[in-house]
Design a protein around this ligand. Structure first.
Ligand code: 6GU
Length: 231
């Protein structure tokens, strides 16, 4: 899968891209990541990519020309155009089913916002898939783009190693349940003991316990979320 990242801060990605799972996927040629600096498409000698909003108001807005032309150039570079994603707090909130959809594309072009946002004509002309990672505001789309890459890459066949592991995680598959609690050695730590059933060797009892633990955690989290939403 090919990722093209359009950003004013390509250097923000260098640590992330070197991280083990992703580096392995890149090494195995399952994933390619190309960084593009939007400023390289600025037209004037000041390399300006933003300007003050018409009508007044705080902050700066991405100018249409550099962004539209950068996207078009990148989509021409790649063999196939790639699915265009615009990272923005105004977008539709990312969830695991959206991640599964994104993992189905041959390429994603991830457009990272900064400032107060984009000139609306960028959105009208390019018609991107607008995605937010949650109801809070970041300084830019770069961290959100890493969230998209991280969640998508681990679904690609052959990337995770153990294919079942992605499937069993919280929110995967049909059930959209929170995963059961996991334990490893030692059996006792600071007086906290691993549930006996997990060390019993009774596989069907383990399966039942996990099912029940998962249901309990999902229910508790839902109740807590409802409380928050009701104030
Ligand atoms: Cl994708 N971008 C920004 N700037 N803020 C966000 C976001 C994205 N998702 C949630 N907040």
């Amino acid at each position: 899968m090919r990722f093209d990242i359009l950003t004013l801060f390509p250097e923000l990605f260098s640590g992330y891209v070197g991280q083990s799972l992703l580096a392995k996927a890149i090494g195995a040629q399952r994933v390619t990541i190309q960084l593009h600096n939007i400023r390289d498409w600025a037209r004037d000698r000041h390399r300006q990519v933003d300007d003050r909003p018409f009508g007044g108001g705080p902050g700066m807005v991405f100018k249409p020309e550099p962004v539209v032309e950068c996207v078009e150039a990148v989509q021409k570079l790649a063999g196939s155009p790639g699915h265009l994603v615009l990272l923005s707090p105004k977008g539709r909130r990312l969830d695991q089913s959206k991640v599964e959809e994104l993992a189905g594309y041959e390429g994603l072009v991830l457009l990272c916002g900064r400032y107060e946002g984009f000139d609306q004509r960028i959105i009208d002309i390019l018609q991107p898939d607008e995605i937010s990672i949650g109801d809070y505001v970041l300084n830019g789309g770069e961290v959100a783009a890493m969230v998209v890459i991280d969640s998508v890459v681990r679904l690609l066949p052959g990337v995770l190693g153990d294919e079942q592991s992605a499937w069993q995680d919280s929110f995967s598959g049909e059930r959209r349940q929170i995963e059961y609690a996991q334990y490893t050695r030692p059996r006792e730590y600071r007086g906290h003991v691993v549930p006996d059933v997990l060390t019993s060797g009774d596989h069907s009892a383990v399966a039942r316990w996990r099912e029940e633990d998962s249901r309990r955690r999902t229910e508790a989290r839902r109740a807590q979320q409802m409380e928050i939403e009701e104030g």
